[in-house]
Ligand binder design. Sequence first.
Ligand SMILES: [Zn+2]
Length: 1006
Amino acid sequence: MLKNEFNNNASSIKEAINNDRLVVFAGAGVSKDSGIPLWNELQEGIRERLNEETSEVDPLKIAQLLYNEKGEKEYNDILKKLLFEKQDSPNQLHEILFELNPQHIITTNYDHHFESIINDHGLPFSIVSKDEDLPYASQKKLLIKYHGDFENHNIVLKENDYLEFSKNHTLKEVFVKSLFSNKVILFVGYSVSDPNLKLLIREIQYLLKKHHQRAYMLTSKEEVNATEIRYFESLGINIVIADKDLVKSQEKKNSKLSEIGLKAYKTLLHIRDFKVYDYRSADAGIKPNNSKIIDELYNSLARFHYIRVLPQKNLAGLYPIYKNAKQEPGYLVLDTSLKVFNEDLYQLISEYKGKDDDNFSDDEKEKLNYSLSRIAMSGIHTIGHAGNIDSMGSYPIKDEMDFHKKINYSSCDCIDCTLNDYDYSTALNKIFKYNIDDKTSLWDDLIYFYGLYRTKDFYNCFLALRNIIVKANRLKKMEVSFLAKYNLKQLKWLIRNDFLNDRINWKDIQDIEKQIDKIDLDEELDKAKYFVDEDLYSFLKEVRDGVYIQRLCNEIDEIFVKVPKTVESIEKGGSHSSNVFGNLYNSVSLLKEFLEGNFLLGNGFSPIQYTLNKSINSFVLGYYLKNFAGIKKHSFLGFGLAHITEFDTFLFKLIVENSNHKELVQILAKNKIKNIQIGKKSSGQITSKINNFLKSSYKIPKYFGKEPVEDRTLTSTIVQNRSLREHMIEKINGILIVMSYFDLNEHALKTIYSNLNHYINFVGIGDENYSYLTRFYKRKFEFIDETELVKTLDLFDGQSIINDAYMSILDALRKKNKNFTRDIPIDNYDLNKHSPGFSTIFKILPPEKKKDFKKILKTKLVEEMDGQMFYISISNKVLATQEIKTHYKKLISKKLELNMGDSDVDDSFVLFRIKQFFDLVNKGLIDTKGIDVKSISEERFRFLLNPERFSQQNFRTDWLKYFNWDSYCERYAKLEYIILALERSLESEFDEKLSRVYFKMKKWIK
Ligand SMILES: [Zn+2]
């Protein structure tokens, strides 16, 4: 954009628009293209209607003559006819004046075109035609009909009207004049000879002079001469003459506007879209040197210092990135590539070689590094330049470069980075020591508050945000103040947790909620507007409206819906070349980074959390599709298959922080996913994060011994803060899922496991059965040394815990070493509760303990008469004496006497017990002596008792659907009538379950 007087004026007017200080005066020229006559045309019309010719030239006096001659009624009728006889609908000039978002529009016209736009579009304007309207206006924005209208019988047109104006329109006059002292006025549609304008200027001359440079008049060059321009300028009115090139550059597009109208329209359009920041930064046509470009880039991005992650569209629209662009910013980011039209900028970045580049000064390198890392943080991976326009009318992106290599990421030990590394104990220590005061930087304050939020200390988070607001206001960092208020609003839903945790009392909670409710974000945004530039403002508005976050959530949801179809089509052998998972990855990381990078709170229950969780399920399916990647028929002409080959640190974090563990484990199991591959670079990062997390539980004492001791920083904090405790439980279980299903190498798993032992010891895992830990043993026990597993058992014993995890360790130890024995505190053990059951315990006990165990078991069996316990006891030969068997038979006899409805083979509890019993019978581990066949009413139970002698006509093949364990099949395979019945049944009607039984039986048929 060329620097010249016209653009200077446009820039000042646009600035007034941005600051909500523009007032528009609309004259006859605005309505002309809607068929309303201009002043001189109206004057001619009146002159023609006069009975006598007059030499009078003053238009007001001519109107007065008509009135004197015709009287009020006829005068009004003639005027209405003259004004409205050719009236048409509102035109584009009326519309664009609203688009300038003025505070008020003041019109000296008598028509209703502005009103009809307000009514048709429901714009927030109150209409003021007479004084009485002013105090009753319900909207802040006003349309003032300065010269009244016919409906209110108060039009101001003839000489007397003007003489009596102050008397009849006192309030309006005072109000409008007051605007000249504190607003920026833009006159549109007035010619220099317009009597209205002349009168108005006469009235306000002293005001204009006092506050000069605040009024602008739009005009076309043809109608003003240099003397007139100087005259208006002496009054304090800047004449804005439309730029010749601008008017020429845009062609006329089926507009009903006249040539002059179109000129005015294009000028207003130019003002509406004017970029003040870009213009102020731009140089007048001189080719900028590197140092200048770096400054421009740095200064532009540094405006967003407290906002690290921008929506990509906003980033692409920033000067000088957007300089010379021929497309809207929304089209400049393709996936993760940024397309720049600013060739100087592109050349500079491609020449820059990073921190060791001697062609740049240290200051320049520092600024470039800052700028490039900010661009990278907004999710841009490569930068390319725009090629020539192609036949499709778009500009292809060329020569994309990976600028990330040029960024020097220095390590940082701030609270935020420490928490990102999962080092909780260090982070908590830093948080405890921190205090917001005059010496701390606003940046560190923000990191501190976000650390409190991430460690679930909501009350202190509230206090910190309040301090940040005070400090930001004082420093005039209104963007920080606004975002802090936005976060306070979000915090309202979280802070009640602190009451539930007994951390603050009810009265304090109510006070806090009242304080939060008082914040009106719309009002705050309005206030911020006067302190931030338009780019920052549009970002804040984006946050306020939540449009960007919503858009990302929608994108993720859409892909989530698409994924099952992709999976199905690939499973069936179809090919799929879309980048569905790549797109999902981008959207999810943009969403997560946008919130975390900008210190934004997501409240506890939110659709964002839900969306992130869903995305994890899609990623798992994407990984599942990897199975199909190698098969030739799935690739087509070199297009890639839609799938995920490996997980990385980001997906690891997503799983640990945002997954619903239950659902995740289900979907992993359903798709038989075992060892998820991890990218080379991520493997080390993931291992170190997990180890940091686990190490938060302990420290190695400096002076006494080397045995780890509890680190009270974390452990005492979670005693006081239940929300943090739950958070840690969620995370450790997420980590356990990763340990169970990810392909971490043996060495990594071993170091992690020894840290895990300390974590279990000092912090614990949460749920009673340690179900995710149990899962880990079942899947990965072979990687863990016997001694480490035994250490875990020692820990459990020390805490008198015997749960599923404990049992899984025993199982794992037996599998590793079948001679493994251990003295287990059997008094703590609930015989009936844990899988894989007490037989495992029994096997592991040293011989002298086995006797005690049998004694306990016998008492229990006789007391509780529990079928499951009998079954385990006899089948595993823990306790199988005649006495025990007799008790068991007595129990089963009673169950066999029940009539359960012979027709339905259901999977009831009772039936299952019977099934277990006959499993032992079939295996020869127990006999049926003593069970009285006459007391059994159901045929199928009689069959179970003695299949060899069963009456063949009464046999029903359906029974085999349920009695189908190996021991059953082996026994029945020897009975010809069963085989025949089964074959006949399958021939007449195929049944999948029965066919499986049949094939199983075939193993034993000779
Ligand atoms: Zn940091």
